[in-house]
Each structure stands twice: as C-alpha cells, then as structure tokens.
Design a protein around this ligand. Structure first.
Ligand SMILES: [Fe+2]
Ligand SMILES: [Fe+2]
Length: 170
C-alpha cells in the first residue's frame, strides 16, 4: 500500500473517531428536537446554527487530539454542541435580538440548562465562548479550545472557505 492511500486511511480513521466520540457523548443532544430545529436558522454564510455547532464540536475534538491536550472530552463535546443554543434567527431584526453578539452566550446557557443537565465545565464553555466580548476570560482549557474552534469555524463560514479545510469539514 502506498503512502497516499495510507494517509487517506489515517485521515478517514481520524475523522471516524471524532464522529464516534461526538455520538457517544452527545447522543441525547443530537436526538433532541430543539437541536434539530437549529437547522432552520442561518448562522454564518450559508451554514445553519446546527451545522455550525457540529463543526465547532468536530474542530474542538480535532484540536484536542492533534495537540494531544488532555481534557474532559465529554464536556468539550457537549459544551461545543450547545454553545449557540439560543434558538432564534439572529438575522431577523427584533428587540429581543439586539446586541446578539454580547447576549447570546447567556441565552444559550439558559436554554441549555432548561433542556439538559449541564456540569460546571459545560457552563463555562457556553458562557465564555464569545470571549473577549464577555470580558472575563475562560477559566478552563475546554472553554479556551471551544472559544478558538468557534472563532476559527465562524471565520471560515463567513468567508465561504470551509469546504476544503480538513479540520473543519461539515
Ligand atoms: Fe456564539
Ligand atoms: Fe458559535
């Protein structure tokens, strides 16, 4: 078997292990009707909020694996999946949608805590994912990873350059 084929297999296995970890830790979230409904709301470019949250979960795990960061994978996956669980279309101009960039992390936290049992790491991930807008920086590595993955995915989505980027991939 030549090196190109071996590399393809390695990449496939890596992507498969990321998908399996997301399913293993986030199955109840992925099965929730409200999580699915996020497909009705655009996040950036032509990407829905659900697609964006899935991508942030994948990118967070990939960063964790590639940099060999020892972290709480369960909290990382669940926090990433729920980090934008604000459940409205922020592009529609309504009074409640004002200051979306500053307010939606807390709205996502309130919605997520109503629908799921959150631990302290997951709360930190959701509440601090918009840092530096939240002023107080994240207090755990899991929140830093999701913060970085979110910024990275958002940039690729906004610029419509996500399709061929290995660490992103929908
Ligand atoms: Fe967000
Ligand atoms: Fe996000």
């Amino acid at each position: 078997m030549n090196e190109v084929v071996k590399n393809r297999i390695r990449k496939r296995e890596f992507a498969d292990s990321v998908e399996k970890t997301i399913l293993y830790y986030g199955l109840d979230i992925l099965n929730a009707k409200t999580f699915d409904e996020q497909d009705n709301f655009i996040q950036h470019g032509n990407i829905t909020v659900k697609q964006h949250c899935m991508s942030v979960a994948r990118a967070s795990l990939k960063i964790c694996y590639l940099l060999r960061i020892n972290c709480d994978e369960r909290s990382l996956v669940r926090g990433a999946l729920l980090h934008d669980y604000f459940l409205y279309d922020w592009h529609i101009p309504e009074k409640n949608h004002n200051w979306h960039g500053f307010r939606h992390a807390n709205i996502a936290f309130k919605n997520a805590s109503n629908d799921f049992n959150l631990n302290l790491l997951e709360i930190e991930i959701i509440k601090k994912h918009m840092w530096p807008l939240t002023i107080i920086p994240p207090k755990c590595k899991e929140a830093w990873i999701v913060n970085f993955a979110d910024t990275y995915c958002s940039l690729l989505e906004t610029l419509y350059i996500h399709k061929n980027v290995m660490i992103y991939q929908i």
